[in-house]
Design a protein around this ligand. Sequence first.
Ligand code: NAD
Length: 304
Amino acid sequence: MVSNVCVLGAGRMGSSIIRTLLDRGYPTWVWNRTAAKCSPLTALGAKVAPSVADGFRAADVVIINVLDYAASDALLKQDGVASVLAGKAVVQLTSGSPRLAREEARWVEAHGAGYLDGAIMATPDFIGKPETALLYSGSRSVYETHKSLLLALGGGTSYVGEIPGQASALDIALLTQMWGGLFGALQGMAVAEVEGLSLKMFRSHLSAFKPVVDAALFDLVDRTNVRRFAGDDATLASLAAHYSAFQHLLEVCDERGLDAAMPRAMDTIFRQALSLGRMEDDFASLAPLFRNGSPHQSRETAHA
Ligand code: NAD
């Protein structure tokens, strides 16, 4: 049976979700704070819900995609909504933190609805594509019941776990890795240009270097997973080797007057580990420093 869906929020992402659902044949209602934004969607077959409560009444599944949780919270907690929640499936696709997801899940479930919290790992133009990933956590039953609808929004969709905050936690973890790379690229481009290299040249060498970087990344995760921090035969580069090469970045920044806030933060982390005599350890031995910041505890873990 095809579910009736209501999407709360017709911004860039909400509109793309609605267009995809209509395209796949889902009867779709839309509610948006500014009703005029719904017109292009009604032209495609969406029906406008006059109020949030009406949207809940019309649908089996309510997808929320507004700016933030404060906006979403205000929609859910307005008069007349709590009483129409029972038996509905609420799919939260507004970006938020693990804590916000846990709190929203408690409130929604206390009113008799199922709650699934999602993180969209894509921009609006990728919604509905076979490779697009959306991560979900929370009610397994909502996920299983509405799996075909959820997969319609992205073929790479997956269920992360039953704790509602886990999808946003994974989202944050993956984005953190991305920001590390993007900030690194900003610093790298500054080095390249100040030394007379074109960004075209920099770009042309990224793909050749990528497999090496990817291998180091997966090796770091695998070693950290089993807490294999001491240097061994499989270590790709010791901390001492990394730190020696890293000195050249500090030197260029210093000599050419580049901003060195990020390299200096990295230097502090390197030095913390090296002051503990970890020269020959694997790069992964830095991992405990990110958990508790305590060098003593980290050293114990590193050599456990
Ligand atoms: P947008 O600015 O285009 O749309 C925001 C929507 O929120 C609009 O429909 C607006 O009416 C609604 N809204 C804002 N404040 C409101 C309030 N107080 N009450 C009711 N409705 C309110 O933003 P977007 O790009 O569509 O993003 C929507 C959500 O999707 C955000 O949480 C965003 O982080 C997330 N997201 C966006 C992208 C992206 O690439 N655009 C990617 C992943 C996740």
